[in-house]
Design a protein around this ligand. Structure first.
Ligand code: C5P
Length: 223
């Protein structure tokens, strides 16, 4: 068992992993890794530098020197994100950026280059890491693993609500189609596909409130 306790929370788009991870990390006083934000930040960096999505060596090189910084702001739910010193928090959270991130996330050398960056978040007193491959690839020895699921319709509703809180939202049928497309790509890619770790506790959150989900996760980590 690693010396730093790690809780991994994986699952498909819009399932609420980010909120659950943030609240549990706050309750435990642990660090937080939003690995999706790393993929999204990388997508913005590749786009702004006009690096072709076919240029795998170029993308891997960019991933190695990615200058992405997260900053928590008092009274604000979401972290501020800086790419090369410039704030990109809003662009980072759009559906377009999520789609670009999902297209890039199939590239193995890029995933390999981002692996160490993610593992560096493993610091005392503990870490909550959310994403798609936290329990399977990035922190396979984590003592606590959760996999959250929910119906695609419920996840699209949650994503719409989240987008309405932050930026221009779009409509529900469009979001449902986008969420399904991304999940399909994430679950069927060759490298680090979206799948529960064999030792993960699977929680179907379709009919649960966030407080109920948090209670189940806390029951796992608070021993
Ligand atoms: O979690 P989020 O929606 O921010 O992730 C955006 C995209 O980044 C996902 O659809 C997925 O393709 C990719 N991703 C990944 N592995 C992770 C986290 C995110 O492939 N650990």
């Amino acid at each position: 068992m690693p010396t730093v306790p790690v809780l991994t929370i994986d699952g498909p788009s819009g399932v609420g992993k980010g909120s659950v991870a943030r609240i549990v990390a706050g309750k435990m006083g642990w660090h937080l890794l939003d690995s999706g934000a790393i993929y999204r930040g990388f997508a913005l960096a590749a786009q702004s530098r006009n690096i072709s999505f076919n240029d795998e060596p170029g993308l891997a090189k960019l991933a190695e020197k990615l200058d992405l910084r997260f900053e928590s702001v008092e009274g604000q739910e979401l972290l501020n994100v800086y790419l090369d010193g410039e704030e990109v928090s809003k662009e980072l959270r759009t559906e377009q950026t999520a789609e670009l991130a999902s297209q890039l996330a199939v590239i193995a050398p890029l995933r390999a280059a981002l692996l160490k960056k993610q593992q560096q978040f493993e610091q005392t007193p503990g870490l909550v890491a959310d994403g798609r491959d936290m329990g399977t690839v990035v922190f396979p020895d984590a003592p606590y693993k959760i996999y959250l699921t929910a119906s695609a319709e419920e996840r699209a509703q949650r994503r719409l609500k989240q987008l309405q809180n932050s930026t221009n939202a779009g409509n529900i049928s469009q979001i449902l189609a986008e969420v399904k497309k991304r999940d399909e790509r994430d679950a069927n890619r060759k490298h680090s596909p979206l799948t529960p770790a064999r030792d993960a506790l699977i929680i179907d959150t379709t009919c649960l409130t966030i407080d109920e989900v948090i209670a189940r996760v806390m029951a796992l980590v608070e021993v």
